[in-house]
Ligand binder design. Structure first.
Ligand code: NAD
Length: 366
């Protein structure tokens, strides 16, 4: 019986995007023989590259292809060439439009500190060694989307307001995403709120607690956001999955990223209903190094691993890729962004080669 293929839309985008995506595609080709389903790849245009070719950052064809796909893998968009364009026509508008169209509501950002790179962290080695956490951020609700505006008080003084507001289903679906992710990790969710002050946080806490009942194998605790920010900077190793609403998650995910000290290593996933997801490195198009062959492809390769884990349910392949990256870093391979002054740096392609070699040892029969 033939198995229906898993359909991935690939969006290399701008700047270093095509360079790092090439390496991710080599890794995909290497794991293909070990996957349960064939994977079909369709490459589409987005961002500045799409503006140059079609005059718009998100061509209809790309949008349609992404909406029909099982998963989308993006590299990055943007660059100085398009900086003069109005916000609504800029490369980044294509990305925002796509995220919206795909109705992704949970953003997953792992932050892993590799022992060999612990000195790149702004925190002391002993504080960050062993850090392996995942921030799950609500992406479509809260302050960024609630009623907002500007008015005047009865006395004529101008004021502005935003509203943090969450429905039960909005909280429950992102909480479920966090608990599901915890099941693939160390079975521990820490939910972040400000329930000592905000009504919406009290509601958030009640709803997350209700969802936890469906996951008796996952431990749940709660932290106030100010304490969470402090704990992240002092004892980040205690966290497995950190769950937060949109604004708190925005801030905490960047704090967690900063702890790792290496932008070129950070992948992300944005999940919608069902298993469909949107995967991309945390970094941008790095125009300052585009075309030089020195970009670090690891964040892109780890974004592919997340795609295989969360959308394709190919957990073994995801683990093999993550292990290959760990081994490559442990063996001392460094692109310039993660090299110390006394270390020799290699290029994008060489880093891809080293990861492919390590991957072959994760699959001895290959
Ligand atoms: P950036 O992440 O592109 O670069 C910040 C710094 O990190 C640069 O010095 C860059 O060289 C370095 N860097 C980033 N990724 C790297 C990698 N893989 N390997 C080695 N070094 C790497 O952020 P920026 O400079 O603020 O933005 C540049 C452009 O990217 C802008 O047009 C911005 O709008 C866009 N951007 C896009 C996305 C996205 O597509 N999701 C995200 C952020 C920024």
């Amino acid at each position: 019986m033939s198995v229906s293929p898993f359909h991935v839309v690939v969006l290399p985008g701008d700047g270093i995007g095509p360079e790092v995506m090439t390496q991710a595609m080599r890794v995909l080709d290497a794991v293909r023989p070990h996957l349960h389903r064939p994977v079909e790849v369709e490459e589409c245009w987005i961002g500045g590259a799409a503006i140059d070719r079609f005059g718009v950052p998100l061509p209809q064809e790309t949008r349609d292809a992404c909406l029909a796909a099982d998963a989308v893998l993006l590299a990055a968009v943007g660059g100085p060439k398009w900086d003069h364009l109005p916000v609504s026509q800029a490369p980044e508008a294509g990305l925002l439009g796509l995220r919206k169209a795909m109705a992704v509501f949970a953003n997953l950002r792992p932050a892993v500190v590799y022992p060999a790179l612990a000195d790149a962290s702004p925190l002391k080695r002993e504080r960050v060694e062993g850090v392996d956490l995942l921030v799950v951020r609500e992406l479509t609700g809260g302050l960024y989307y609630g009623p907002a505006g500007r008015k005047e008080t009865p006395e004529g003084e101008p004021f502005a307001y935003n509203t943090m507001r969450y429905t039960r289903s909005e909280v429950r679906r992102v909480a479920q995403a966090a608990f599901e992710a915890a099941r693939q990790r160390r079975h521990h969710v820490t939910s972040v709120d400000k329930a000592n002050v905000l009504e919406v946080s009290r509601f958030w806490r009640e709803e997350v607690t209700a969802v936890a009942k469906e996951y008796p194998d996952v431990a749940l605790d709660h932290l106030y956001v100010d304490n969470a920010a402090m704990q992240l900077a002092t004892r980040p190793g205690q966290f497995d999955v950190l769950l937060a609403e949109n604004t708190f998650g925005d801030i905490l995910s960047d704090e967690a990223a900063a702890i790792t000290g290496s932008l070129g290593l950070l992948p992300s996933a944005s999940l919608g209903k069902g298993a469909r997801g949107f995967y991309e490195p945390v970094h941008g198009s790095a125009p300052d190094i585009a075309g030089k062959g020195t970009a670090n492809p690891i964040a892109q390769i780890l974004s592919l691993a997340m795609l295989l884990r969360y959308s394709a349910q190919e957990v073994q392949a995801a683990e093999a890729i993550e292990e290959a990256v760990r081994q490559t870093i442990a063996a001392g391979y460094r692109t310039p962004d993660i090299a110390q002054s006394n270390e020799t740096a290699i290029g994008t392609q060489e880093m891809g080669n080293a990861i492919l070699d390590a991957l072959a040892s994760c699959y001895p029969s290959a």
